[in-house]
Write a protein that binds this ligand. Structure first.
Ligand SMILES: CC(C)(COP(=O)(O)OP(=O)(O)OC[C@H]1O[C@@H](n2cnc3c(N)ncnc32)[C@H](O)[C@@H]1OP(=O)(O)O)[C@@H](O)C(=O)NCCC(=O)NCCS
Length: 179
């Protein structure tokens, strides 16, 4: 076990996973903060996530974006011959109870089914390896691409909340409903 960069404790070693379509979900590490920073500054990626991050908060946010807490997973999605395509994670939701699926892909890699392939792999991992009873996701009601992705992955809406000044839809999936 190597010491966690955030809390100093030893965490289990997490292996990379191959997806059905041959992508790689590689556990993120501190060296991926530069890639996370690019996503956090990208106006298209951040359209429904509060806009691009200002320079002064970028270095802390980029580092946090790639360092999971205990029981969480953050992966860099890679494809042979490409720089990283995106970032996908299973992390603790703001409600303090559930694990949430989140994803951000570089716009060059939208519209190719990569997020679906990575999302399906992350959900299967969450149910099979982490034995989660359910996985949730929260997305702005206006984020049509994200809602299409969640629906295709088999998640279903169960609540709506106002957060960060916008309507957000909460989605959920249980192990027997995986796409
Ligand atoms: C949300 C996000 C990940 C969706 O990405 P995406 O590429 O649209 O999602 P998918 O991987 O499901 O791809 C679906 C598209 O690929 C197309 N596609 C092409 N080849 C495909 C294949 N082999 N399999 C599946 N879909 C394929 C589909 O037709 C679909 O296109 P459409 O949207 O024009 O109908 C992406 O828009 C993103 O990173 N957004 C910014 C971050 C964000 O808002 N995150 C949400 C936080 S809650």
């Amino acid at each position: 076990m190597s010491p966690c960069l955030r809390c100093g404790k030893g965490h289990e070693l997490v292996k990379s996973i191959k997806t059905a379509k041959g992508l790689l979900l590689r556990p993120a590490s501190a060296t991926d903060a530069t890639f996370a920073g690019r996503l956090l500054k990208d106006p298209a990626v951040r359209q429904f996530l509060g806009g691009p991050l200002p320079d002064e908060s970028l270095s802390v946010a980029s580092r946090n974006a790639v360092l999971p807490d205990e029981g969480e997973r953050i992966w860099i999605v890679e494809s042979t011959g490409f720089s990283p395509l995106g970032l996908i994670s299973l992390t603790r939701h703001k409600n303090g109870e559930d694990i949430e699926l989140s994803y951000q892909f570089a716009p060059d890699h939208w519209g190719k089914g990569f997020a679906f392939d990575a999302g399906r792999t992350a959900l299967a991992y969450g149910f099979q390896q982490l034995a989660l009873p359910r996985i949730i996701a929260e997305t702005q009601a206006a984020n049509r691409r994200s809602i299409r992705l969640l629906t295709r992955l088999g998640l279903r809406p169960y609540a709506e909340v106002m957060r960060f000044g916008a309507a957000q839809v909460l989605f959920q999936i249980r192990p027997d409903a995986i796409a």
